[in-house]
Design a protein. Structure first.
Length: 96
């Protein structure tokens, strides 16, 4: 198993320290960039009361895009698990 490397990622104006495989770093960074771009897009296009609203909009957009591309059930299940994990991390961070 490859050694995990620590990386700092900023999602929705919050910093997260993650440990990831070196081969996943580029994909994770691109995903974080896309998430933050979508948050800005939704902030300029829709009314929301706080950042959590925009994060929820991006999660809904992401899940919808996954369904459009015809991802298989296993891919969808993995995606839902990752989204649930991300939601849990965001909830913990928002609670302090």
């Amino acid at each position: 198993m490859a050694e995990l490397i620590p990386v700092n990622m900023v999602v929705a104006d919050r910093s997260y320290r993650l440990k990831i495989s070196p081969e996943d770093e580029e994909m994770v960074r691109k995903s974080v960039k896309l998430i933050n771009e979508k948050i800005v897009e939704f902030k300029t296009g829709f009314a929301g009361k706080d950042m959590q609203d925009y994060v929820a909009m991006v999660l809904l957009w992401f899940a919808t895009e996954q369904n459009k591309t015809g991802a298989g059930f296993n891919d969808q299940q993995l995606t839902f698990e990752k989204l649930a994990s991300l939601e849990s991390l965001l909830d913990k961070a928002l609670k302090g």
